[in-house]
Design a protein around this ligand. Structure first.
Ligand code: M6R
Length: 608
């Protein structure tokens, strides 16, 4: 979603602000802007609708050597994407950038009725509110920010500068991340640590309810109640190569192809093949408590939700005395759902910042239920607020469509399930086949990707003109079909839906005609014959089937076949999902759409 950058130090602020905003482009945005201040406080404000290149074009006539400034990429919530709604917002001598949503902006706006608002945004209301406390600058800017934030309901990550004090930036957060990078005679601000790479590896992650006053050589952090905070300086572990395309045409293809390595990182030190067991230290749940667990609730959105759903099918297979319920965070946060005693909640999120997932985490914690994070982004809000957790360690996922995170989330959750099963004394003969396959998965993924890429690329050409796709699967292949359909709709803009094979007769079969193709996931197993009967029913009605299967003697006469050759059986759906990922990728390339930044979407959904 929106991105924030800020700079104060010895170098030209515009250089960092633009390069930082470009690093945050992947999060999704529709306008951008920066403001810098010279030594006398004179501001240069430049904003543009659309891409950062538009902003750069405008900056050609506004090059400045100013050493302090803030910048923003905006993803519209209140008010259309336009220059007047782009940040920074100026009120008198004060400038503000804001991520998040001010829920009570209408009430606050009504109180500020003397001010002539120029934009349609809630953010400008916050700028005007801060300014109402700041006035002619006699009062410190930080105090004005604190007074204003005490009146605000909603979420924010903000950075504020003033022409009256061109040496400091005031930043604050509640529900929207902010990182302060510590350099040599310079301090950098970003809503995502990736913007700081190449400048510093030392950073402070601001917590909710904290306000920092930042100069080139000093960072002073307080709570909104004026209590001093002694912040922990952390090391940014990501390196520059991890956020570059590394020779691939798109981040998405890079992220699909690097799954053998990313999954290896997820497994590192956690799998003992000889004993056929897994070791997950992160959740930190004592064995006595693991034994008592009777119910798991898995919470996530989008791909993270699908990963949870697929993991729940597996966990039920080897721990029969446990119930597993996977829920969509945006729904669950408003349900009056009962969580039984002896439950544990898995909070699944690649970014660790998804607003709905975070809200569920907080609600579940209030009820005294133990929470375990299945998170990728290190130091993210969810990672810091859960009781314990397992990082999936897939490295930065830049493309809006989530791919490598899905594979690792599923396996991390299955390993958590295996940890419970081990504690409960489930026989090793039951657990071992899962552990063995998990250890072989990275290599199997590599082989399938190498084999399938060319085939998928060719097959896609047959289906480019279709605007409708149906993804079909049953049992473990059903959540996998859901994930495949999501990938296709979000990047190739094809209306794709997933159905459990068994549901076809209950409605969706009526859809089958020449406008639709059907991608059928057909893993070997107990339900294979039943799925084949369902495929026959589709064929009998003129369906256009693409079969993805690992069955050796597959003899159905369908339009296209994508064969998976692998000894992996239990986790075959994860291999089939690689095909779905490649299918969506090549479909998008064929259609000529923006692969990594699909329209209307943001990488990390930090607003409700
Ligand atoms: O960062 P999170 O895993 O919490 O994100 C959840 C969803 O927003 C995300 O998976 C989204 O559905 C992806 N764009 C799907 O590819």
């Amino acid at each position: 979603m929106c991105g924030i950058v800020g700079y104060v130090g010895k170098n030209k602020a515009q250089d960092f602000l633009i390069s930082g905003l470009k690093r945050l482009e992947y999060r999704g945005y529709d306008s951008a802007g920066i403001v810098t201040l010279d030594n006398d406080g004179k501001a240069t404000l430049v904003r543009a609708k659309g891409k950062i290149t538009n902003l750069e074009d405008k900056l050609k006539n506004n090059k400045k050597d100013d050493k302090i400034g803030i910048g923003h990429t905006r993803w519209a919530t209140h008010g259309e994407p336009s220059e007047k709604n782009a940040h920074p917002h100026q009120v008198d001598k004060l400038f503000l950038v804001h991520n998040g949503i001010i829920e009570n902006y209408k009430e606050l706006k009504a109180e500020l009725n003397e001010y002539d608002f120029k934009s349609d945004t809630d953010s400008e209301v916050l700028a005007a509110l801060i300014n109402s406390f700041y006035g002619d600058g006699k009062y410190p800017l930080t105090n004005a920010v604190v007074q204003a934030l005490k009146l605000v309901k909603g979420t924010y990550g903000i950075a504020v500068v003033s022409e009256l004090n061109p040496n400091e930036i005031v930043v604050a957060r509640s529900g929207s991340p902010l990182v302060i990078g510590i350099g040599h005679d310079e301090t950098l601000i970003a809503s995502d640590a990736s913007a700081l790479l190449g400048h510093t590896k030392r950073a402070i992650y601001l917590n909710d309810g904290e306000v920092a006053t930042v100069t080139a050589n000093n960072i002073e952090i307080k709570t909104l109640n004026a209590e001093p905070v002694s912040a922990k300086v952390e090391k940014i572990e990501t390196n520059l190569a991890a956020i570059q395309k590394g020779g691939y045409a798109h981040f998405l293809l890079k992220e699909i192809m690097e799954q053998p390595e990313s999954l290896t990182e997820t497994l590192r030190g956690r799998v003992n093949i000889e004993d056929g067991v897994v070791h997950l230290g992160g959740p930190g749940i004592p064995e006595t408590e693991l034994r008592r667990i009777k119910h798991i609730v898995i919470v996530g959105c989008g791909t993270a939700y699908h990963a949870g759903l697929l993991a729940s099918y597996y966990i039920e297979q080897f721990t029969p005395e446990i119930t597993v319920e996977t829920v969509i965070a945006s729904e669950y946060r408003y349900r009056q759902a009962y969580i039984p005693e002896d439950s544990v909640a898995l909070i699944v999120s690649q970014s660790g910042e998804t607003a709905d997932t975070l809200a569920c985490l907080r609600e579940i914690k209030k009820r005294g239920v133990r929470t375990v994070g299945i998170v990728n982004a290190i130091g993210s809000t969810i990672a810091r607020e859960v009781d314990g957790g397992t990082y999936v360690h897939v490295g930065p996922e830049i493309s809006v469509a989530s791919t490598k995170a899905f594979t690792s989330q599923v396996i991390a959750m299955v390993m958590f399930g295996l940890t419970i099963a081990q504690a409960k004394g489930v026989k090793n003969a039951i657990i071992r086949p899962y552990v063995t396959e998990i250890s072989k998965l990275p290599e199997a993924i590599k082989e399938v990707l190498n084999e399938a890429e060319g085939t998928v690329r060719k097959i896609v050409k047959k289906y480019v003109s279709y605007d409708h796709g149906i993804y079909l699967g049953r049992d473990v292949a059903y959540p996998t079909a859901m994930e495949g359909a999501l990938k296709l709709k979000e990047i190739a803009y094809v209306d794709a839906n997933a159905y459990a094979f068994g549901e076809l007769k209950h409605g969706p079969l009526a859809l089958i005609d020449d406008r639709f193709f059907e991608l059928a996931l057909l893993p070997e197993g107990e339900l294979y014959d039943k799925a084949v009967s369902n495929v026959q029913e589709v064929l009998a009605r003129g369906g256009h089937i693409i079969a993805v299967t690992n069955v050796d003697k597959f003899d159905l006469s369908v339009e296209s076949i994508i064969k998976i050759n692998s000894e992996i059986k239990i986790f075959a759906p994860l291999l089939m999902n690689l095909v779905s990922q490649l299918f969506a990728y090549y479909m998008t390339v064929e259609k000529g759409y923006n692969v990594d930044q699909p329209r209307n979407l943001a990488k990390s959904v930090t607003v409700e």
